[in-house]
Design a binder for this molecule. Structure first.
Ligand code: DAT
Ligand code: MG
Length: 148
């Protein structure tokens, strides 16, 4: 089944939104497969956002991500990459619909609370970067109540 990498950024952790965010993914029916609270260094943050390295906001983005602990997670489910992006909302919170995480809890792009992989291929890369130790296997007993 599909997996995605979701990260609650330092502002989401500091503002006490970890439980709320996890709850939204849980209630949807996605399975939490891995999770850790971790403070990353500059080179790690640069690697995570390497596709954006030429953009003018890159240094500020890296400084933001390393400014405190983040919650790194792997979530699993049918279409979890694209549905996860819908739960998160548009990149700029000014454009994120109410009901999305960014639409409900953020105001500016540089403090937009949460990251979610944008493709299955990038999810695979990001999961490998953030969880080099691997992900433990378990089968959720909820399965027949979420899928037919
Ligand atoms: P997303 O996080 O929605 O996948 P992205 O991958 O394009 O968006 O960019 C990563 C982060 O960089 C984004 O969450 C906020 C920041 N960012 C993106 N575009 C920006 C811009 N034009 N100005 C300032 N920050 C920006
Ligand atoms: Mg992105």
């Amino acid at each position: 089944m599909e997996q995605t990498f979701i990260m609650i950024k330092p502002d989401g952790v500091q503002r006490g939104l970890v439980g709320e965010i996890i709850s939204r993914f849980e209630k949807k029916g996605f399975y939490l497969k891995a999770m850790k609270l971790i403070t990353v260094n500059k080179s790690f943050a640069e690697k995570h956002y390497e596709d954006l390295s030429s953009r003018p906001f890159f240094p500020a983005l890296v400084n933001y991500i390393i400014s405190g602990p983040v919650v790194a997670m792997v979530w699993e489910g049918k279409n979890v990459v694209s549905t996860g992006r819908k739960i998160i909302g548009a990149t700029n919170p000014a454009d994120s619909a109410p009901g999305t995480i960014r639409g409900d809890y953020a105001i500016v792009m540089g403090r937009n609370i949460i990251h979610g992989s944008d493709s299955v291929e990038n999810a695979r890369k990001e999961i490998a970067l953030w969880f080099p130790e691997g992900i433990s296997e378990f089968k959720s007993s909820l399965h027949p109540w979420i899928y037919e």
